[in-house]
Design a protein around this ligand. Structure first.
Ligand code: HEC
Length: 185
């Protein structure tokens, strides 16, 4: 009888403990997806507005001035470090690190049959970093596509603002880069 009672108490305590732990587990991937969705749609909205007002010739310097600052600011507002990283940067500041290069190529190799790249969560003692793929869409190729997709004016503007541009030659569906979303633990 006594042992049964102890067993019952033990079960209640352990159930509560497990439930409590689960409750405290933060779903970093889910938060990262939300943050990057917001970043993507805001960046695209800003880009479209700049293009409507002045074409790619105006949108390119607009991106140069605003894209990195905006990305960083949104990260700060969400209490994360938010960056866009890539293997072929237009802005050299977005070049990935050696460690990120490994993750990038692994994600690139894991493209599904439907053309979807997976997210990746990397955890250390102090940080959790979630990598979310950035894929080339139709509207991107006028500035990142093959030479035949880019107008002469856009090419000239790109040359002027980014003489070392590596971010061209992409096709729809290619992995353009990754969002890196870093959380302090
Ligand atoms: C009007 C031209 C234009 C269009 C359209 C455009 N981009 Fe860009 N993109 C740029 C410029 C300019 C930069 C460099 C911004 C900077 O200096 O921070 C850039 C930078 C980037 C970067 C950061 C990495 C790097 O190379 O520096 C990513 C990722 C990116 N673009 C993805 C996209 C995607 C995805 C689309 C389509 C949804 C897109 N871009 C559409 C002009 C464009």
């Amino acid at each position: 009888m006594k042992t049964n009672r102890f067993r019952l108490i033990f079960i209640i305590f352990s159930t509560f403990f497990v439930w409590n732990c689960q409750k405290q587990t933060i779903d970093y991937e889910k938060i990262a997806i939300e943050v990057t969705k917001e970043a993507k749609s805001n960046l695209q909205e800003k880009l479209m507005k700049a293009m409507k007002e002045g074409g790619t010739e105006a949108a390119i310097p607009f991106c140069q001035e605003n894209a990195m600052a905006f990305t960083k600011r949104l990260g700060v507002a969400k209490s994360v470090t938010l960056q866009r990283i890539t293997d072929r940067p237009r802005n050299q500041m977005n070049l990935f690190s050696t460690e990120e290069a490994k993750i990038f190529s692994e994600i690139q190799k894991q493209k599904s049959n439907d053309g979807v790249f997976p997210n990746r969560v990397v955890s250390s003692d102090e940080l959790v970093t979630v990598y979310v793929p950035i894929v080339v869409m139709g509207q991107c190729v006028q500035c990142h596509g093959k030479p035949e997709n880019i107008t002469k004016e856009t090419k000239t503007t790109l040359q002027r603002f980014y003489p070392n541009d590596q971010a061209i030659g992409y096709e729809v569906g290619d992995l353009r880069g990754l969002f890196s979303v870093r959380f302090p633990k």
